[in-house]
Write a protein that binds this ligand. Sequence first.
Ligand code: 4AD
Ligand code: MG
Length: 432
Amino acid sequence: METITISQAPQHVGETVKIGVWLTDKRSSGKIAFLQLRDGSGFFQGIIRKNDVDEATFEAAKHDLHPETSFVVTGEIAEDKRSKFGYEIHINDLEIVGQSDEYPIGNKEHGIDFLLDHRHLWLRSRKPWALMRIRSQVKLSTMEFFDKHGFTQFDAPILTSSAPEGTTELFNVDYFDEDAYLSQSGQLYGEAGAMALGRIYTMGPTFRAEKSKTRRHMTEFWMIEPEMAWCHEEESEEIQEQYVAYLIQDLIDKCPTELEMVGRSVESLKPFTELPYPRITYKEAIEMLQKGGMDVKYGDDFGAPEETFLADQFNKPVFIKNYPRSIKAFYMPTDPEDAQQVICADLLAPEGYGEIIGGSERSYDYEYITSKLEENGLSKEDYGWYDDLRKYGSVPHSGFGMGLERFLSWVTLQDHIRENIPFPRMLNRLRP
Ligand code: 4AD
Ligand code: MG
């Protein structure tokens, strides 16, 4: 007899098979018990009729099985039109593998702190299951997209001596009596990669010692950071929008059930696959905000209320271009139209989900970069290698970083970004 997974049930209708499962819930009436089952690949229902199994098995199914008990069922696969998954199993044997204690997560409402304390178990529930599947698909689609566009996957180190995005949010590590930091961004290393391989992207965890408690910030989050030699900002923005549209189309095609389980309709995602996305300048954004009665002036950075207001003016993601130099990173080149500004863009998600991508052109001028490093107090010892990239055949190049969980929280409509990573790390959370 074949052992299969729940996801393979459609290919085995009418056959008797074995599946290793966990119980999520059960109900019984008289001579029949309904077991809600999951096996990691999916969820479906198992039906036990008193007449189909021996007395002890039926009694065990009715009384002894706690949620999360693991067992192997043997039975016949049938179609089940009423279930989301479309199939069920008519059980004729059941072999318990691991008994479960009284399971702490039930059908009642639990507070978020309780759920996060039990994250190692909460991951088994339906919504986290769907969210993790969507996350996995987005990483796979990322690799496919960049592969199709001629990018090489490139790994930046996590232990570093540099701070690309400012020195205030660093996690210090004691590195054999030297100071090291957990990487804030793979970008500077990605630039070295682009000079070697043309077009690269990194995908890995990045760290910010964010003291702020917001629903968009974690201390450990994943970033996808493409870096492209011989590329100006305009072309980089085109790649960014194609990438976002590609990810969404792939989710529509490959994860419709998961999207439905998290409450995101496929219909509502479709408009975001249509390009181009609108582009406005930082100055235009300031005007819009002021006209809308918001208290901002030129030079201010945008917080959540400003980002949400701006995003609400459009029904698609919107690029905000060319911010003032004072609020952006040292490596960004001067905007030829206004020397107070730099050539860059942030992509804001619609529906109030904030900045999902930050990107820019990178100055490829040796004098400019060395002077900016100096102004920012960044040492030759730590950044001399970065200068070298401008010394040996420097070329125009651009890149961007997409926050994986920011993107995911938008497409899955999660109020808080912590739902979109297996084990979130935040100001007050290091466990489990
Ligand atoms: O805008 P950021 O700081 O840009 C960079 O790090 C550049 N070096 C990227 C590059 O050009 N290669 O961060 C990029 C993105 C943000 O747009 C946001 O989506 C996400 O990373 N992000 C965070 N996500 C979760 N928690 C945090 N604390 C985040 N900080 C940034
Ligand atoms: Mg940013």
